[in-house]
Design a protein around this ligand. Structure first.
Ligand SMILES: NC(=O)c1ccc[n+]([C@@H]2O[C@H](COP(=O)([O-])OP(=O)(O)OC[C@H]3O[C@@H](n4cnc5c(N)ncnc54)[C@H](O)[C@@H]3O)[C@@H](O)[C@H]2O)c1
Length: 342
């Protein structure tokens, strides 16, 4: 196959970025989105436009499809593509509930159609380098990890009603990215405890949460999330991945092991050069990494998945497992109970 023909379903904020990358790096088969804005964009770009996915699939069979519609539509749109045998890249979260996500993973397995979930940060070369450092054994056995998502969303962000209501909130909207990276770096999460608070903004959803994680390999984790703190310690404001956010030199994750620890995304690897002891000198080495837009890398990987030359880096099962942790955090925060994920 030469460069695949890829349709973009849902041409909103992120769908338009996907579509622009597809136009640049492979072939944009169509935009499928009922909005006037999508229709105008398709006309400007001179690509076919369709208002409805089922209608489109009755007469067309792209090599792949990117689903960037609202979360509640991922299940039905994903199932339609899978039934048509079209490999899909489904934006995160894989679906709005883990039950809906499971419908997708089961259908994909039954039909043998690959699903890639749009947790694009895993494609960031910083994360690839961090993962290689951990897997090389440079940290020894992982003992503990701390992750932070602290930033301030401007008050007008909440003028859009759904952002203050149940189903929104930084745990579901933002933390899912961080949890996915922690799983990618440190392995499966087996239990969760959490507290949440809405005292700062007084919306129906949390503005702040603190979370305890237990990993399958025995490590413990703490996560602290708030969209109401003026601070730089978030992936958004440290990784320089998206020009929409100012970049700082701060860090957002620290991962500690028996032989070293790693700060992310600046990739400082701290070790005792001679003796592992709090009395001995300790120094940081810089772990090197290439610089490439993770959305570009995700696109190129999706093309390889379509061709069948690579297995999805973030499979449906991985997207489902990350979503289950997020649901467990919400449940733990609401009930005060530990939620077991085994
Ligand atoms: N990976 C990331 O960093 C990232 C960033 C933003 C959004 N997302 C995810 O992408 C998805 C879309 O988010 P967004 O911010 O772009 O939303 P958006 O509201 O900007 O865009 C959604 C688009 O879907 C279209 N749509 C609605 N119903 C449709 C239907 N039945 N068929 C086809 N199109 C339909 C809308 O007209 C709109 O253009 C969400 O799942 C979100 O979580 C991921």
């Amino acid at each position: 196959m030469s460069q695949p023909q890829i349709a973009v379903i849902g041409a909103g904020l992120i769908g338009q970025r996907h579509a622009a990358i597809v136009r640049q790096r492979s072939n944009l088969a169509a935009l499928v989105d009922p909005s006037d804005a999508a229709r105008t964009l398709a006309r400007d770009w001179d690509v076919p436009w369709f208002p409805d996915l089922s209608e489109y699939l009755k007469t067309h069979r792209p090599d792949g499809a990117i689903i960037a519609t609202p979360n509640q539509l991922h299940r039905d749109h994903g199932l339609a593509c899978i039934a048509a045998g079209v490999p899909v890249l489904i934006e995160k979260p894989l679906a709005d509930t883990s039950a809906a996500a499971r419908d997708l993973t089961q259908a994909a397995e039954a039909e043998g159609v690959p699903v890639l979930v749009g947790h694009h940060r895993r494609h960031n070369p910083i994360i690839a380098a961090a993962r290689a450092t951990i897997q090389n054994g440079d940290l020894g056995q992982i003992v503990s990890v701390h992750a932070q998502f602290w930033l301030y969303k401007p008050d007008e962000y909440f003028d859009v009603d759904w952002r203050t209501q149940i189903g929104a909130g930084p745990v579901f909207i933002n933390l899912i990215h961080d949890i996915d990276l922690l799983r990618h770096l440190c392995g499966d999460i087996t239990s969760v405890q959490a507290r949440q608070s809405s005292v700062t903004r007084r919306h129906a959803v949390e503005d702040t949460a603190v979370i305890l994680l237990e990993f399958a390999k025995g490590a413990l984790g703490t996560v602290n999330v708030s969209d109401s703190i003026v601070a730089p310690w978030s992936w958004e404001m440290t990784a320089a991945e998206n020009p929409a956010y100012p970049a700082t030199k701060a860090t957002c994750y620290t991962i500690g092991g028996t032989h070293g620890s790693l700060s992310v995304p600046d990739l400082g690897l701290w070790q005792h050069p001679e003796t592992r002891s709090w009395w001995a000198p300790i120094a940081a080495k810089q772990v090197s990494h290439s610089a490439e837009d993770p959305l570009h890398r995700q696109h190129d990987h999706f093309c390889a998945v379509i061709r069948g030359t690579e297995a999805p880096l973030v499979s449906g099962a991985e997207g489902l497992a990350t979503l289950r942790v997020i649901e467990a955090i919400k449940e733990a925060a609401e009930t005060g109970q530990t939620v077991d994920l085994r």
